[in-house]
Design a protein around this ligand. Structure first.
Ligand code: BES
Ligand code: ZN
Ligand code: ZN
Length: 472
């Protein structure tokens, strides 16, 4: 998808058009017929936000967003309108969007909605679809840098979606690390991927235990963006769950639902996507991404319920369910993160079915420790990009649910508060300001959810990017 900026408005009579207008807009240059003008007027009067006129050699879509008092919800409405207008473009490969109303915020949000909504995953189809939007030209007076930034963000969201949509057959831990490397070259951040031997040396027992049943080695990627003009000394550290496929292991999942477990590296996808966006847009901030990666499978050698595992931190964990594997690999990444003396660590993980059941795919379940003000900031940004946070209680009382009789802690709590006990398990491995985002709900949707599309949504990338940018 390419987004280009046009300064001059030159409209050919057969150009399909999308026009942002209000009732004061002068549309004489369109030479609409009397009946078309009448139609447009009535539609505007009836507060129609999307008005479609089909002419002989082109169509025109007028957008007139309704007024919403919350500026965040207004922005989101514009993105959704952008997505909705895709319904009427049939096979068009390029679009021209013209800001007649001269509202730079609205036009950018509409364009964002069009661009994000136009995504489709075609990597595994042998017959490449010839349809699909390729270019959006934007005619407006705003800054070129805004358009470039938007283009970069869209690319980064698509990168995340591509990774999440890619099946396990085509994306093992090795391919995930290779994808991160490719992103690093394109965007300019550094990357180092630790192999199994190094992971053993570092005593990352959680990652090694989950990997025990796998045919393929694990890896652990460290993504570093350290620009010279960085505004922060202590880095922001982003940690992403990179389970490239989750069968549940010996605590095997039922067939129903296992097919989508290719999405279990959604957190890793977000971290790679966000690092891509941060670096390519040259944000002056020190940011580090950590991605532990493996699949989780049963086998003769697989880790088993009842096992006790010594983690990277030195703590011991009683494994009571091998399907609670995300927290095992994240725990090692979180204790590893201590060495960076981080300003804040944010982890993202498709961690629990409980989080998805609690709020559906409409938002991100969040928890935090020692990070009151950072969480408030992230929440405000979530409202703005409409990747909203739903904060769970994180009371001390939950700690006892993961106490173990045989080890320091156990890897599951009871039947209640599953998302929170998973968070409490992670908290055990942190001592710095920390936010946990459980994205099991929003990472992947089975029916279209506006511009987030169907399948992988890329939820988390725009949130992380804007969070880092907010410190610049
Ligand atoms: N990857 C799953 C969680 C998940 C569920 C992600 C639905 C995306 C959509 C995770 O590893 C898992 O299996 N969690 C268990 C934890 C339980 C064993 C304590 C769960 O949620 O059932
Ligand atoms: Zn699992
Ligand atoms: Zn999992």
């Amino acid at each position: 998808m390419k987004i280009t900026l046009k300064r001059k408005l030159t409209i050919n009579t057969n150009d399909n058009l999308i026009l942002l207008i209000d009732k004061k807009s002068n549309l004489d240059f369109l030479n609409l017929s009397k009946s078309e003008n009448q139609f447009l007027k009535t539609q505007l009067k009836n507060k129609k936000e999307l008005i479609y006129i089909n002419q002989y050699n082109r169509w025109i879509q007028f957008i007139s967003p309704k007024k919403i008092s919350s500026s965040n919800l207004h922005l989101e409405n514009c993105r959704l309108l952008g997505d909705r207008l895709l319904d009427n473009i049939a096979t068009a490969k390029s679009l021209l969007i013209v800001d007649i109303k001269n509202n730079q915020t609205e036009i950018l949000a509409i364009t964002e909605g069009v661009a994000l909504g136009s995504y489709s995953f075609n990597n595994r189809k042998t017959k490449k679809a010839s349809t699909g939007l390729k270019t959006i030209s934007l005619c407006k007076r705003s800054k070129r840098s805004d358009v470039i930034e938007l283009q970069n963000i869209v690319n980064s969201v698509f990168l995340c979606r591509d990774l999440v949509n890619e099946p396990f057959s085509h994306l093992k831990a090795k391919e995930l690390a290779a994808a991160a490397k490719k992103a690093s070259k394109e965007a300019g951040f550094k990357i180092k991927t630790l192999n199994k031997q190094k992971i053993k040396q570092l005593k990352m027992g959680g990652l090694l235990a989950v990997n025990q049943g796998s045919l393929d080695p694990p890896n652990f990627s460290i993504l570093t963006w350290g620009p010279k003009n960085a505004k922060n000394k202590k880095p922001i550290v982003l940690v992403g769950k990179g389970i490239v496929y989750d069968t549940g292991g010996l605590s095997l999942k039922p067939t129903k639902g296992m097919d989508i477990m290719k999405v279990d590296m959604g957190g890793a996808g977000c971290v790679i996507g966000a690092m891509h966006a941060i670096a390519i847009n040259n944000l002056p901030m020190n940011v580090i991404g950590l991605v532990p990666a493996t699949d989780n499978r049963p086998s003769g050698n697989a880790y088993a319920p009842g096992d006790v595992v010594k983690m990277h931190s030195g703590a011991t964990v009683e494994v009571l369910n091998t399907d609670a594997e995300g927290r095992m690999i994240l725990a090692d990444a979180l204790s590893f993160a201590k060495k960076y003396n981080p300003k804040i660590v944010i982890d993202l993980a498709t961690l629990t079915g409980a989080a998805a059941r609690a709020i559906g795919h409409y938002g991100i379940v969040s928890m935090h420790q020692k990070a009151e003000k950072e969480h408030l900031r992230l929440k405000a940004i979530g409202d703005n990009v409409h990747e909203r946070l739903a904060e769970m209680p994180f009371w001390e009382d939950y700690n006892k649910l993961i106490k173990s009789d045989v080890a320091d802690i156990k890897n599951i709590g009871g039947p209640e508060a599953g998302a929170i006990t998973a968070g409490k398990f992670l908290a055990y491995f942190t001592d710095y300001p920390w936010i946990h985002l459980d994205i099991a709900g929003p990472t992947y949707v089975t029916t279209r959810y506006g511009y987030r599309g169907k399948g992988a949504t890329g939820t988390g990338v725009r949130l992380l990017y804007q969070f880092v940018k907010s410190y610049c």
